[in-house]
Design a protein around this ligand. Structure first.
Ligand code: SF4
Ligand code: SF4
Length: 349
């Protein structure tokens, strides 16, 4: 991204925000391939346009390029670092092969006191071992855990492009990769991990999907677009200034425009993006519309709705999970309503 584009992006993104706190998320590719000076310049530009508002920065990396210099910079400027790591070495290296360097990066962040969270993908390999997966992160000192299910199709461009428009079209041809998690495997992973977390870690280890589920249980915004009623306000900016509806939909028909010609606010509040956001609710399957857990799931991410009738591929796993957590979610919701800590759930027998 050129300096001019960086400044235009930061100016527009900062000016478009109405709240007192603004978050910038840097991800790639691999954002550490850029020099530190690039981020130092970004911070300078953020201050130029902040007008007294508070700006936070989050950066997502595989951690392999971290060194003392990066960590000092991140500590000094309070970056939150998201590390892509899929569990202990045999799990991580099944599909990535850089465990040793990633772990070294985490140790450096810890040495310098940089806040970090783990961002795992759940695939056909690690999904069978939720307890081992969970304890690996717990033993590593991880306080914030995010994970995303791997669901990939063999003809992804055609499949993804058509998902919000005509799901029948691609189902004729697409199939699931061997890396992808299976629906019931996903359900067993979620319930196994939840049971381990709820024993003694509620309130001390934050698992994004569980927090989002509880938020939906009490009618609060879940903070996770896949669990929200509408698609999120998280567009993807490309190096040439093109803006797309979502980083899972960087295809020509989801291009909103270019920040050299229109403002981010114009594109985000324009008809095309509003339509994209509503597609999540408008394209719900009949099964979702009648589902007892719609309030918690919202049909999950539209990119996974590729079974006939527009049903979500992971649905059976989510149903298993929501059914399993209902009693404890109900309890935590009651505790919150009574002004008590949801962590009291750990005393439930
Ligand atoms: S398509 Fe999926 S990832 Fe993109 S905003 Fe919607 S829920 Fe989020
Ligand atoms: S659990 Fe299944 S049917 Fe229910 S809302 Fe989620 S995807 Fe739809």
């Amino acid at each position: 991204m050129s300096d001019a584009l960086l400044e235009e992006f930061i100016r527009q993104n900062t000016e478009a925000q109405t709240q007192p706190e603004i978050l910038f998320t840097w991800h790639g590719g691999e954002p550490l391939l850029l020099p530190i000076i690039y981020y130092a310049r970004a911070l300078e530009l953020q201050q130029k346009y902040a007008h007294g508002r508070h700006i936070d920065n989050c950066l997502q990396t595989n951690g392999t390029l971290l060194n003392d210099e990066w960590c000092q910079f991140f500590r000094e400027h309070n970056f939150l670092i998201g590390i892509s790591i899929d569990g202990p070495e045999p799990m991580h290296n099944t599909f990535r092969q850089d465990f040793e360097h990633t772990l070294r990066g985490i140790r450096l962040l810890q040495k310098h006191g940089v806040e970090w969270n783990a961002m795992a993908t759940v695939n056909s390999r690690n999904a069978d071992n939720p307890i081992e997966f969970y304890h690996f992160f717990k033993d590593l000192g991880c306080k914030y855990l995010q994970f995303t299910p791997v669901v990939e199709r063999t003809n992804p461009q055609q499949a993804l492009e058509s998902v919000a428009q005509d799901s029948k079209e691609w189902t004729k041809n697409a199939s699931i990769t061997t890396e992808s998690v299976e629906p019931l495997q996903w359900g067993r992973f979620l319930t196994g991990l939840y049971d381990e977390w709820i024993k003694e870690d509620v309130g001390s280890i934050f698992v994004q999907l569980f927090d989002a589920t509880l938020a939906n249980w009490v009618g609060q915004p879940p903070g996770l677009c896949s669990m929200s009623a509408l698609c999120g306000l998280s567009p993807a900016l490309q190096p040439d200034g093109s803006l797309y509806s979502c980083d899972h939909f960087v295809f020509p028909s989801y291009k909103l425009g270019n920040i050299h010609h229109q403002t981010i606010a114009e594109m985000m509040y324009g008809q095309q993006q509003q339509r994209f956001m509503r597609t999540k609710v408008d394209s719900l399957s009949q099964r979702c519309r009648e589902c007892a857990y719609l309030f918690a799931c919202h049909g999950e991410c539209p990119r996974n709705r590729f079974l006939s009738g527009n049903e979500n591929y992971l649905c059976e796993g989510y149903r298993m999970f929501f059914r399993h957590v209902s009693p404890t979610m109900n309890f935590m919701a009651q505790e919150l309503a009574a002004g008590r800590a949801p962590s009291n759930v750990m005393g439930m027998s």
